[in-house]
Design a protein. Structure first.
Length: 205
């Protein structure tokens, strides 16, 4: 697994204890999406995997995978949602880009979609595009890669939050891999905290 400085920096503020190597077939993912992926995203998938940060931000899988309880969040669904939002907001009149250049990698609070703007031929130079449903601007571009954007958001370095929720409250950040979350749910525990939850597992097989 290739190391990445920004992902290593994330590890300093967010434990990878509940992360896992996704063991992704990157060649297959590149074939589906017609591009290679940024090195920091590849490194993040190798160290943390897909899952949630503080129960608020979900990092998406590049390809669908079956889950023990439900299908984990993946790029295709949120990319479709982001492109649909672009169309609903007026398309090129609102944000003059080709919608095919919008590619999602995360979602926050079930509302704001974290994407790459893939206009540069080098994926390692793709900036982050926030497609916000509860932000001042519906579309906002940030000149950082995915991992640096997360690092800045998790460190509360933005003057104004790029997403529509208070993401970081000064407490220790936690990451929970999607498989860990589903196992906790099946065991009757809160997927994010691991604490007993009377509602967890209610719909488990």
């Amino acid at each position: 697994m290739a190391e990445n400085a920004q992902v290593k920096a994330l590890e300093q503020i967010m434990s990878a204890t509940h992360g896992a190597d996704e063991d992704i077939d990157w060649q297959a993912a590149e074939a589906v999406w017609g591009t290679r992926f940024p090195a920091d995203y590849v490194a993040f998938m190798g160290r943390f995997g897909a899952g949630t940060i503080n129960g608020e931000a979900a990092i998406l899988l590049p390809l669908p995978k079956p889950g023990p309880q439900w299908a984990p969040a993946e790029i295709a669904e949120e990319t479709a949602n982001a492109r649909a939002l672009w169309a609903a907001e007026g398309g090129r009149a609102a944000f003059d880009i080709d919608p095919e250049s919008i590619l999602a990698w995360g979602v926050v609070g079930g509302a704001d979609i974290l994407c790459w703007l893939t206009t540069d031929p080098d994926p390692d130079r793709w900036p982050v595009l926030v497609c916000g449903r509860h932000t001042a601007d519906v579309f906002a571009v940030y000149p950082y890669g995915m991992a640096e954007f997360l690092l800045r958001m998790c460190s509360d370095e933005f003057d104004m939050s790029p997403v529509g929720i208070t993401f970081w409250d000064g407490e220790q950040l936690g990451f929970v891999h999607w498989r860990k979350a589903q196992r906790r749910w099946q065991e009757g525990r809160n997927p994010e905290t691991g604490e007993p939850d009377p509602y967890a597992g209610e719909f488990a097989d």
